[in-house]
Each structure stands twice: as structure tokens, then as C-alpha cells.
Design a protein around this ligand. Structure first.
Ligand SMILES: Nc1ncnc2c1ncn2[C@@H]1O[C@H](COP(=O)(O)OP(=O)(O)O)[C@@H](O)[C@H]1O
Ligand SMILES: [Mg+2]
Length: 338
């Protein structure tokens, strides 16, 4: 399968010397959902703007569908749709009018805009509201209209920069469903950026963790989690702690068990290579054989949070988004006055 996007050794230094993107490389396959996860200022938006030709890279190569964008900038305009971090909807116009303008911008004929406009508005659940001005739309509807506008020229690849920033949890999940459907039903390739851990985890086939302009890790979410350590099983046994030693030795000898740690609180932590769920029956059986019995047992898998912490030494705090979200909320209420 051909790569949709190939980025090689991309560097972007802004005037004034900020090295926003510091030598990153990645490839995105066709029909892949590729997530770029990182805190504010990591270089996510700068990367997108370079790839879609809004910013000139300081160095590096970018190919879209195998074509170097320096040799044929048209390859970007024809094949890429882009919904910026700030919604570009004009709220004095109706949903339909916003879409119509966008279509004309891409030089689609009136007939094409009508046909395609109806398609994307229906796809995003906005058809019934097409003749209402966008200032009557909710935040989620505005974002959906914005994404619909980015799809008017039938791009093969869609770039979504923080598509759910500042939206409430329920609305975010609705947007995820639309994104997932674009891939599964419309065979799109999707590049999305986010600083929401769960979003990257749920949506992306592969995730790149980006921090200070560098890619710290890149893999499927499951592999990233497995890579930093196995599952953790925590057990509380019934009966006398003092007589558990033979049982604990037996547990340590189980294949796949890396370590058994006993804490003063009576909870035993069993670190396993992987597939902790499959070890639980064995642990229960051994406990019963040793007549210890089990009070409680639970399995904890590493989360993408743990992965992020592992690679960056920091947590993405929700607070990091808050300043940006505040600005966004302001932009949302002001929208765009042209
Ligand atoms: N136009 C600009 N001029 C100078 N510095 C910029 C500009 N845009 C962004 N930066 C800086 O580049 C870095 C990366 O920003 P950005 O790509 O917007 O990160 P993200 O989208 O991950 O939050 C930040 O330090 C930011 O302040
Ligand atoms: Mg950004």
C-alpha cells in the first residue's frame, strides 16, 4: 500500500529562533488514523501547517501520495482537507452558505457544490439545520460544519488540528464517531492532533508522542503500553499473612510473572509480562490449593498516560489545555467577523 504522507527529517525554526519542530520523520498509510499527541507548544500545529503547505519548512522533505510538495504544491490542494484548531466558520452565514463558499473556493461547479454539499451535510447530521445561521449552532455542530467544509472537495487525506478542543466529553465522543466513520465508510486517511490522552488512544491506529518538537515514541497504542511494562495484578488474600510465603514463591515461579511485591497494606502486586487476564485463573487456583483463598483481585493495564509519563517524564495535565481552551471559548463566542 502506498503511503499517504511521508515526512522526513522535518525542521521548522520560526523567525526569532523558536525551534518548533526539531527533526521529525513519520509515514502515514492510506486509510490510517494517525494521532499526534502532545502538550501545548509541542509543535503539533506547526507540523500540520508545514505538511499542508501553509508554512515553509526550514529543512526536510514532505511527500503527499508519493509526490514531493515542493515539486507539485497542487498535490496538497487536491488531496488534503484541513480543519484548523480555530473553527473557520462564519456565524452570520447559514451552514449551507458556509459550505457553498468553501466549495467555490475549490473551484467546484455550482452543481458539484450542491451535490457534494448535501452529501457532507447529511454525513455530519446538519442537513436539517442547513438554512439556519451558524450563530444558532452548538459548539459541536460548529466543529462538525467546519469539518464538513474541509471535505467539500473530496480530499483523500483529512487533517484535524485538535478537533475536540474545548468541547464537553459527550460532544467529543460524538465527533469521534464521525471521524471513525470517515475512515471506515469513506476510506479517508486522517491525521489528527490532540492533547487528550483518551482521544489518541481510542481513535488512532498509531500514535506519535511529540514533545518539544521531537517524536519521543511512535507505535500502536497497545504496543506503546506493552512496551513500557506489563499488566499489574493486585491481590488481597484471605488468611494469615505469615503463612503466605509458599504461595508467593509459587506465584513467582509462574511463567510470565516478572515480580511479586508485597506491601504492608496486605496487597500483593504481581507484575506480569502481558495478558494478565489469562493469569488470573492460575493465581486463583494456586491460592485455593494453598488454602489461602482470595479476598479480592484486580487487573490494571498501563494506560497511555503511563506511556506519556515514561517518555516525557511529565504528565499531560488537563490544566495545560485550559489556557488554550479559554482562548478557544473566546474565539467560539466571537467566531469570525469578516
Ligand atoms: N508564528 C509563530 N512564531 C513564532 N513561534 C511560534 C509561532 N507559532 C508557534 N510558535 C511556537 O512554536 C512552538 C510550537 O507551537 P505549536 O506548533 O503551535 O504547538 P502545538 O500545536 O503543539 O501546541 C511553541 O513554542 C510556540 O510558541
Ligand atoms: Mg496547536
Amino acid at each position: 500500500m502506498m503511503s499517504a504522507i511521508d515526512v522526513h527529517d522535518l525542521v521548522k525554526v520560526y523567525k526569532g529562533g523558536v525551534r518548533a519542530v526539531d527533526g521529525i520523520s513519520f509515514s502515514i498509510s492510506e486509510q490510517e488514523i494517525f494521532g499526534f499527541l502532545g502538550p501545548n507548544g509541542a509543535g503539533k500545529s506547526t507540523t500540520i501547517k508545514c505538511v499542508i503547505g501553509l508554512l515553509r519548512p526550514t529543512s526536510g522533505t514532505i511527500k503527499v501520495l508519493g509526490v514531493d510538495i515542493r515539486h507539485d504544491p497542487g498535490v496538497v490542494k487536491r488531496n488534503i482537507g484541513y480543519a484548523a484548531q480555530e473553527t473557520a466558520v462564519d456565524d452570520r452565514l447559514t451552514g449551507w452558505e458556509n459550505l457553498y463558499l468553501q466549495g467555490r473556493f475549490y473551484h467546484l461547479s455550482r452543481a458539484e457544490v450542491r451535490r457534494r454539499g448535501e452529501e457532507v451535510l447529511k454525513l455530519f447530521g446538519l442537513w436539517e439545520r442547513r438554512n439556519d445561521t451558524a450563530d444558532t449552532y452548538s459548539g459541536g455542530m460548529l466543529k462538525r460544519l467546519d469539518i464538513a467544509c474541509a471535505l467539500i472537495h473530496r480530499p483523500k487525506i483529512l487533517f484535524l488540528d485538535e478537533p475536540t478542543l474545548g468541547l464537553d466529553v459527550q460532544t467529543r465522543k460524538t465527533i469521534w464517531e464521525y471521524i471513525e466513520r470517515l475512515r471506515s465508510e469513506h476510506e479517508m486517511t486522517i491525521f489528527l492532533t490532540t492533547h487528550y490522552m483518551e482521544e489518541a488512544d481510542v481513535l488512532s491506529d498509531r500514535v506519535a508522542i511529540i514533545d518539544r518538537g521531537k517524536i519521543m515514541a511512535l507505535d500502536r497504542p497497545g504496543a506503546l503500553k506493552a512496551g513500557i511494562g506489563g499488566d499489574l495484578i493486585t491481590v488481597r488474600f484471605l488468611g494469615d499473612e505469615g503463612r503466605l510465603e509458599p504461595l508467593l514463591s509459587a506465584l513467582r515461579a509462574l511463567p510470565g510473572v516478572r515480580e511479586v511485591r508485597s506491601a504492608a497494606d496486605g496487597i500483593h502486586r504481581i507484575v506480569v509480562e502481558k495478558d494478565g487476564d489469562q493469569l488470573i485463573p492460575e493465581i486463583v487456583r494456586l491460592a485455593q490449593e494453598s488454602s489461602a483463598g482470595i479476598h479480592s483481585i484486580r487487573l490494571k493495564r498501563p494506560t497511555l498516560d503511563d506511556v506519556y509519563l515514561h517518555y516525557t517524564g511529565r504528565e499531560i495535565r488537563e490544566a495545560e489545555g485550559s489556557r488554550e481552551e479559554l482562548i478557544r471559548a473566546r474565539v467560539m463566542s466571537r467566531r469570525i467577523r469578516r
